[in-house]
Design a binder for this molecule. Structure first.
Ligand SMILES: [Fe+2]
Length: 311
């Protein structure tokens, strides 16, 4: 090897010392976790480029997609997250973070990706309220109810906050649709001593993820459709319990086996049951949520999953 790091091109197609030189540039004050992640990232990125003999044009096309995703993103749209979602990265990270050891007696409610449409500060509601503030004559009116319990003891959890959001019957979340009232089809409910919750919503419909940006371009290049099966999103938090981000999916929905962002899990598939006797609902949706305390989550989870700061 020459002193400038160059190597004989007859023995090596690419400089075999280059990747290690980039890794070695990390300074001593970098945290151990940052060092671990970036070392691995650099190795994989360089291997990817060498393995595919990535051209400058192809690399620049990727840079442009990232830049475009950044330009499109704001507090109402998260295009970078969407690009991760169509590559299955958010679902994979979700699985890695929340996977429980198989010896647990029961399992807490499975998690699913947050997705790009959650909004902070959804309206605080009382039990039995509706989250529908528009479109109520167009959708299938649904009464959802259940109990939030401790997954090990089965005891009801008081003070659990259930943050819920879903699409309107036109397939759009309220922030995508100027015709919907602000915060339509979103709400937060807090359980009492019995851990029970109930509210009115609509039966969701499948919808395409936004495909007018980089995520759409990638889907098109991959000959893939942009649709998600009908689902309702939740974040559950409770004092002393590990928060859960999840979604439940309508068993009869189109795309239930072909989700564009790979988020469906068997235990999260639910049945909307025809419902009579309530003038406010055409369907009933019973579903119980099971949470783990931070301590139990620590005992049963893989390492690094129980940051209390997540609460
Ligand atoms: Fe969604």
């Amino acid at each position: 090897m020459a002193s400038n790091g160059a190597v004989d091109s007859k023995t090596h197609k690419f400089n075999p010392h280059f990747t290690q030189a980039v890794i070695n540039a990390t300074g001593p004050k970098a945290s151990p976790r940052v060092r671990q992640l970036t070392t691995s990232l650099i190795r994989h990125l360089h291997d990817f480029a060498r393995e595919n003999e990535l051209t400058v044009d192809e690399w620049m096309a990727g840079v442009e997609l990232m830049n475009e995703a950044g330009r499109m993103s704001d507090d109402r749209r998260n295009e970078g997250q969407l690009v991760c979602d169509i590559f299955g990265l958010e679902s994979l990270v979700d699985e890695i973070t929340y996977k429980l050891a198989s010896d647990a007696a029961d399992e807490p409610t499975a998690t699913a990706i947050l997705g790009p449409f959650w909004r902070k500060e959804a309206p605080l509601k009382s039990m039995g309220d509706t989250i529908v503030s528009g479109f109520d004559d167009k959708g299938d009116r649904t009464w959802m109810h259940g109990t939030v319990t401790d997954f090990l003891t089965g005891k009801p959890i008081e003070g659990a906050v259930l943050d819920v959001w879903h699409t309107a019957p036109n397939g759009l979340y309220e922030q995508q649709d100027p015709d919907q009232p602000d915060m339509n089809l979103r709400g937060r409910f807090t359980t009492g001593k019995d851990g029970k919750y109930n509210f009115y919503c609509l039966r969701p419909v499948p919808y395409p993820i936004p495909y007018d940006g980089p995520a759409g371009k990638i889907l098109q290049a991959l000959d893939r459709h942009p649709y998600r099966p009908a689902h309702i999103h939740f974040i559950l938090t409770a004092p002393g319990y590990k928060p859960i981000i999840t979604q439940i999916f309508d068993r009869n929905s189109k795309y239930i086996e072909d989700d564009a962002v790979f988020a469906v899990k068997d235990s999260l598939i639910v049945d909307f049951k025809p419902f009579q006797g309530d003038p406010k609902a055409d369907f009933e949706l019973p579903y119980d949520f099971k949470l783990a305390t931070f301590e139990d989550a620590k005992k049963h989870s893989v390492a690094g999953t129980t940051e209390e700061s997540a609460a």
